[in-house]
Design a protein. Structure first.
Length: 201
């Protein structure tokens, strides 16, 4: 009985395609895990808030569309050079994220901050008091703020939960697919070996 084997070039191409697919899947899984860590897990664990840059006052470091992760910080530990997010008026939701230019005091001797946008020529008009400060910038992610702006502030919590669930499902799906592929490949190898043994006999 004649034995027929697939051309070596075809086998090599199939193997290269499988390897490329595995590398792409692994890369996508790593990127997804990192995105989940940076955008969802770390802010939740540290009690941080996320804000989107809307203006160019902090260019070039924090251009419009940048997502800022702002962690609560002790007012007395804030220093010149720190980037802070503060309420324009105490008790109101509107905020600004600028860099501390200097530290001063009001007429009662309470500590205040003089802030300025990196791209602005002048310092902010009013000193910032402790009650206004929401936190200190921990890190920033370019462009992601555009997505947050599109969703709207009130939907961010729901989006974070959905995204976290999606990342987890994607991770499990990728692992399950890899296990299933390996199982099929192992089964095909056994069948090929069994066929070869029968032909040899």
């Amino acid at each position: 009985m004649a034995r027929h084997q697939a051309p070596r070039a075809t086998l090599k191409n199939a193997s290269a395609c499988r390897l490329a697919g595995q590398l792409l899947s692994f890369t996508a899984l790593i990127i997804t895990a990192l995105a989940a860590m940076v955008l969802i897990v770390v802010p939740l664990l540290t009690g941080s808030q996320t804000y989107s840059v809307l203006t160019s006052s902090m260019k070039p470091n924090y251009a419009p569309g940048t997502l800022l992760v702002v962690k609560p910080a002790s007012f007395t530990e804030l220093n010149v050079g720190d980037v802070v997010t503060y309420q324009i008026e105490s008790g109101r939701p509107e905020v600004i994220t600028h860099r501390i230019l200097s530290v001063g005091a009001d007429q009662e001797g309470n500590r205040t901050l003089i802030t300025k946008g990196d791209n602005n020529a002048l310092a902010d008009e009013s000193p910032v008091s402790e009650v206004q400060v929401r936190g200190k910038l921990m890190y920033a992610v370019p462009y992601v703020g555009f997505v947050a702006n599109w969703l709207g502030n009130q939907d961010r919590g729901m989006f974070s939960q959905l995204a976290a669930g999606g990342f987890i499902l994607y991770g499990f799906g990728t692992i399950a697919n890899a296990v299933n592929t390996r199982r099929k490949r192992s089964q095909q190898t056994r069948e090929t070996e069994s066929t070869s043994m029968e032909l040899a006999a």
